[in-house]
Ligand binder design. Structure first.
Ligand code: FES
Ligand SMILES: [Fe+2]
Length: 398
């Protein structure tokens, strides 16, 4: 494969991390085309509860309406375009624009606008609606005119999400980590564990995948043999290039923790009540990928959601969501600082790694480097990525 200078097996050339035209193409061909994980139903329990999701120049309001539905609206006033909702979360009866006070109900309908001409029709001036889908309590939004289908994903992942009780999760903590790098360096870093042993001693003490390929393959084969027939052990690879045409991509598999570990915690100890229908720990953790930039790590007693979103060509944000069973009580059934410890310390380390990566990539001496055998998933992402963006834009950028 050789698209605009890209060679499979190598990292991307500098322009992919710095060029504004390529970034524009990524926004339209990836972030406005694929589904974005917005959050979980537990974040909007009552009518009027809302939160916003931001990426690139866009802001989207997710709100629980009066009849109990969850809807998404563009956070752009239909008068002269001000952002309507300036707080990131809260509860409101109406969304009133801070500029000239046009007001919208929870369904996005314009319900108040002063001194307007007689021919003005409020009904034509509601907030722009955004496609929203729920999968096992997870809220996804799409800015596409015709979004990719989620039907295959729902078919395959539905039973798994039931097993782990995704619709009975609650958000215990959410943190945002701003990273001074192009979004792809952050996603690429998440996708490879070549750096785990040198950079993440905490992770490497718990997860078998931090080890060398041969040892990990042996541990995984033993783990699979021990758990033959377990519904957690199914595998789906419909991700990146493997996604069916018109369908959103997803992947699921389960990997072993190192012996003696039950969960992703200090010392591998249990962190919270078992999820969903689970009755015991199996010393494993599932990797679930949905769409190109969302990753869920499913331990038996909690779920960690990862979302990478661009904020500009050379900045991005990594949002982490920690979920536990909805009945679990803080300080009784789990301790928040224990729950968040592993992925907080790991992400803080990653932030520095990724920032330094961007600094080096900015050098005129940077050239695409050869990937290792431990970076195969990153390589799949890069192969998919160069095919996903519009090569017309790239031709202008060279
Ligand atoms: S821009 Fe919102 S009311 Fe004028
Ligand atoms: Fe990392």
């Amino acid at each position: 494969m050789d698209i605009e200078g890209y060679q499979s097996g190598y990292s991307l050339s500098q322009k992919f991390y710095k060029n504004a035209d390529i970034y524009t193409s990524e926004i339209s061909n990836i972030f406005h085309k694929h589904w974005v994980f917005a959050g979980h139903l537990s974040q909007v329990p009552k009518a009027g509860d809302y939160f916003t999701v931001e990426f690139d120049v866009e802001s989207i309001i997710i709100v629980r309406t009066k009849n109990g539905d969850v809807k998404a609206h563009m956070n752009v006033c239909r008068h002269r375009g001000s952002q309507v909702c300036l707080e990131k979360q809260g509860s409101k009866k109406l969304f009133t624009c801070p500029y000239h006070a046009w007001s919208y109900d929870l369904d996005g309908n314009l319900v108040a606008a002063r001194e307007m001409p007689e021919d003005f029709k409020p009904v034509d001036n509601g907030l722009h609606p955004v496609h929203l889908e729920l999968i096992g309590g997870l809220i996804f939004i799409s800015l596409a005119k015709s979004p990719l289908s989620l039907s295959n994903m729902q078919r395959d992942l539905g039973p798994l999400l039931n097993l782990f009780g995704f619709d009975k999760l609650k958000l215990a903590e959410q943190k945002s980590y701003s990273i001074p790098s192009n979004w792809k360096l952050a996603v690429e870093n998440y996708q490879e564990c070549y750096h785990c042993t040198p950079s993440h001693k905490e992770f490497a003490q718990i997860h078998a995948m931090a080890g060398d390929l041969k040892t990990f393959a042996k541990q995984k084969a033993e783990f699979q043999a021990r758990h033959i027939g377990s519904p957690k052990m199914v595998e789906y690879s419909a991700y990146y290039d493997l996604a069916a045409p018109g369908q959103e991509g997803y992947q699921y598999d389960r990997n072993p923790l190192l012996p003696g570990n039950k969960s992703g915690s200090l010392g591998g100890k249990a962190l919270a009540p078992l999820l969903g229908e689970l009755t015991e720990y199996d010393a494993g953790a599932s990797e679930l990928m949905i769409g190109p930039v969302m990753f869920f790590l499913i331990y038996d007693d909690h779920v960690v959601g990862y979302r990478f979103l661009p904020t500009s060509v050379e900045t991005c944000v990594c949002d982490i969501f920690w979920f536990v069973d909805e009945a679990a009580k803080a300080d009784v059934d789990y301790k928040l600082s224990d729950l968040t410890w592993l992925w907080d310390v790991t992400t803080i380390a990653d932030k520095t790694i990724i920032m330094n990566n961007q600094k080096g990539v900015n050098s005129k001496f940077y050239t695409p480097g050869r990937l290792s055998n431990m970076e195969s998933f990153q390589q799949s992402f890069l192969n998919w990525y160069v095919q996903s963006i519009n090569t017309v834009h790239i031709a202008h950028a060279i």
